[in-house]
Ligand binder design. Sequence first.
Ligand code: HEC
Ligand code: HEC
Length: 224
Amino acid sequence: MNNWCLNVFRKSHLIATLALISAASSHAADSAKAPDLTKARQIAETVCAACHSADGNSTGPANPKLAGQIPEYLHKQLRNFKGLDGKDNARQTGGQAGVMVGMVAALGEQDLQTLAIYYGGQTLKPEKVSGKREDLDLGQRLWRAGDMSKGLPACAGCHGPTGAGLPSQYPRLSGQFAAYTEAQLKLFRNGERSNDPNRMMRTIAAKMSDAEIKAVADYAAGLR
Ligand code: HEC
Ligand code: HEC
């Protein structure tokens, strides 16, 4: 390489390096900056509040509590209500899913993301413990150990010992309305809800009786 060539090479190398450094530092600044949740809060207060309350502690058992839920899970559900990830992942039929299909229709991806972060960041007011003692004992057994005799795995294995869920795939179930949890298990059992990756929940719910579903739903509502 002659001198002129070397100079050009050095110069362009320097420019490329500087470009890389500035790209890296602006990226770092972006990810360090908390997302702006002003618009999400506005949507929550004006649209979602009627059923989920502005703080995500919903008004009735048909409407799941969103407060303290794992944000990635909430985001996935909102995309599934919109049918964005294909038919296999859609959550558009069965139970009350149709209500949510209407709710997300006008929202863009940015809204779905920030709403998930907003609601995930609210403080859950858990349901009170309800149900009969024998049922709660059955619920606790299923939660902690499953039922080996029919190949039913422990809920705790994926939803955590205290039901707080495991980021990012496994939702929180503790403190949720028992009636909602029960309804979702029945939807998985009859295949009307089919957005569970690898059929995880459909396979599990298929092995459960009505009584077991109710017992474990009551138990999860009282978990802290
Ligand atoms: C008219 C009542 C209503 C309104 C308003 C409403 N929702 Fe819902 N939402 C529901 C119902 C009912 C379900 C349960 C659907 C089912 O049974 O599958 C639900 C479910 C959800 C879920 C799934 C939670 C889970 O645990 O899987 C999310 C996330 C959600 N709503 C977010 C929102 C957001 C964000 C808004 C505002 C843009 C909103 N909802 C507005 C009634 C409502
Ligand atoms: C192998 C892992 C695994 C096990 C074990 C498991 N789950 Fe799940 N569960 C999941 C996943 C993954 C989802 C999220 C599905 C989705 O993305 O919509 C889920 C979702 C759910 C939901 C829906 C929550 C909501 O907010 O709508 C309920 C209810 C539920 N599980 C109950 C149970 C119960 C009760 C047990 C024990 C009998 C159990 N699960 C065991 C993986 C598991």
